[in-house]
Design a protein around this ligand. Structure first.
Ligand SMILES: NC(=O)C1=CN([C@@H]2O[C@H](COP(=O)(O)OP(=O)(O)OC[C@H]3O[C@@H](n4cnc5c(N)ncnc54)[C@H](OP(=O)(O)O)[C@@H]3O)[C@@H](O)[C@H]2O)C=CC1
Ligand SMILES: O=C(O)CCC(=O)C(=O)O
Length: 486
């Protein structure tokens, strides 16, 4: 280990807490670049953070909403003030291009500002009682200590869209970021600590999911778990959270999302949507459009135009000017992508573009954007999430077949259709079983003020983001008041 590398500690109960061990955070664009050493906690650190959050809960829950709102405003301003530093860290540790990273950091700042406003809006309802002359009110109260477990692919947007509503509605937080990308969320934690948030309200503990994540799910002092990551881990998280105290659980998991290109599609729009959906953020998005379901009538022209655009992508160092697609995040993710490229070949897919590693000036995990054509929907390459810049084309004869195949996967996160028929667009929106539907645009890169989430194996529990987040981060009480005779 390089002793000169900066060290980053946990934030527990308002203080920096040194690790007993540290993990290297390296740049996927240049594996020789050691970003820093990040504290590696275990059960003891998780417990200390949970205890601090439990102690802080009554005070934070009782804090007037104007004060909680002001804290969130300061966090938002703090993120904006350090936008360049945050975006640089994000690109350096995750491999998104600088343009993509700036977009993600701005989204995080806007998310805190949004919930600073949202918490001030009126809540609850008043009902007449059926029989007695009572008034019935519903009130939304904070849930308690919320365990937040986040993935590596959006290292500030996802921690922000879970932490902001948790804090706004009066909960206290223990956040465990992905071990692979702790740097950007560590900076967010530092900003939160400088924002006037009382001690113990927001705690940040780094380390392995199978230790800290498991502890959050099993602790009797945690009342809710919100998780984004793989479906396999999500299932164990939900089972443990329910087994240990019937915690509230919210899961955002994988996707195998279709983009349908109809015979009446504007091909320029179709190619833009496919480029963004399949290769934006190096394809490492749960909302990525990895299955391109294309009508016979435009099949060859669409592929030709798409391959032409793919040739124009510049794969390289995420922070270099001119790079339009960064590296994949890690060696194991690169191995997973290459494994699926082999699977697609062996299943009979025709490689239209890519499929190979890219040599760059620095040692990194560079992969060409990759497209397979002439694939069948029931092949593994079309059923399993790759989570990299790998897309396939499935040829169809009509809209009915396209719609049927769009849903013929275990997932149901996002789906798009490119068509100039309003009737088809409306029918698709009504019948396709994804949670996020897009017409004439990519279904990735969603807005922060509207519900986010999927169906089937993609999500579990209530929706995230926008006002929908209130459902998860509060609990509803129904109050019957009989005022008596005057
Ligand atoms: N839907 C989505 O947005 C995402 C999907 N994925 C999919 O998941 C695959 C693997 O990525 P990966 O990051 O390993 O995803 P994981 O599901 O393994 O990790 C997500 C988070 O959960 C934590 N975790 C791991 N094991 C447990 C556990 N037993 N209990 C509680 N928390 C746990 C991880 O910690 P740590 O890793 O630090 O140990 C991380 O913070 C990707 O290739 C992709 O297919 C990945 C990221 C996001
Ligand atoms: O597409 C988006 O807006 C967000 C995607 C996402 O949440 C993810 O990939 O984990």
């Amino acid at each position: 280990m390089t002793s000169a590398a900066p060290r980053y500690d946990h934030f527990i109960d308002g203080s920096l807490v040194a690790g007993t061990a540290y993990t290297e955070n390296r740049n996927p664009s240049d594996t020789g670049d050691l970003i820093g050493l990040y504290a590696k906690g275990g059960v003891a650190e998780a417990d200390a953070a949970i205890e601090a959050a439990a102690r802080a809960f009554p005070g934070w829950a009782a804090t007037p909403i104007a004060e909680r709102s002001a804290v969130l405003q300061r966090i938002s301003a703090g993120i904006t003030a350090r936008e360049g530093e945050l975006a640089d860290m994000l690109a350096r540790e995750e491999g998104k291009t600088l343009a993509e990273s700036i977009g993600e950091v701005r989204r995080a700042a806007a998310t805190f500002a949004y919930y600073a406003g949202e918490v001030l809006s009126a809540r609850g309802s008043v009902y007449a009682s059926l029989a007695t002359p009572a008034t019935i009110e519903t009130v939304h109260r904070p849930v308690g200590v919320v365990g937040i477990i986040t993935p590596w692919n959006f290292p500030i947007a996802i921690p922000a869209w879970k932490s902001a509503p948790a804090l706004a509605y009066g909960n206290t937080v223990v956040l465990k970021p992905a071990e692979l990308t702790p740097g950007t969320s560590w900076l967010m934690a530092e900003i939160i600590h400088a924002s006037g948030c009382p001690d113990g309200v927001f705690n940040f503990v780094m380390g392995a999911g199978r230790e800290i994540g498991v502890r959050l799910c099993e602790s009797p002092d945690v009342q809710a778990i919100t998780f984004t990551g793989s479906s396999a881990v999500g299932r164990t998280v939900a089972a443990a959270a329910v087994a240990h105290g019937m915690k509230k659980v919210q899961l955002e998991l994988g996707g195998k999302n279709p983009l349908i290109v109809m015979d009446d599609a504007d091909l320029e729009i179709a190619v833009d949507a496919a480029m963004d959906g399949a290769f934006g953020s190096t394809g490492q998005r749960c909302t990525a459009s990895s299955r391109l379901i294309v009508h016979d009538a435009v099949h060859d022209r669409f592929i030709e135009a798409l391959v032409q655009r793919m040739r124009g992508l510049t794969v390289g160092d995420a922070r270099a000017a001119g790079t339009t697609m960064g590296p994949v995040v890690s060696e194991s993710q690169l191995e997973q992508d290459l494994k699926y490229i082999e699977i697609a070949r062996s299943e009979g897919g025709q490689l239209a573009f890519g499929g190979e590693r890219v040599e760059a000036e620095t040692p990194g995990y560079y992969l060409q954007p990759t497209l397979f054509t002439h694939t069948e929907n029931d092949w593994r390459i079309n059923q399993e999430e790759v989570f990299g810049p790998v897309a396939t084309v499935i040829r169809v004869h009509d809209y009915a077949e396209a719609l049927r195949l769009a849903d013929a996967v275990e997932y149901g996160l996002s789906a798009s259709i490119i068509t100039s028929s309003l009737a088809r667009a409306r029918d698709f929106s009504a019948r396709c079983r994804a949670g996020i539907l897009a017409v004439n645009r990519s279904a990735a890169g969603t807005d922060l003020h509207v519900p986010f989430g999927g169906n089937k194996a993609s999500s579990y529990g209530s929706r995230e983001q926008g006002t929908a987040a209130r459902e998860f981060f509060t609990t509803t009480s129904t109050v019957y008041t009989y005022a008596g005779e005057v």
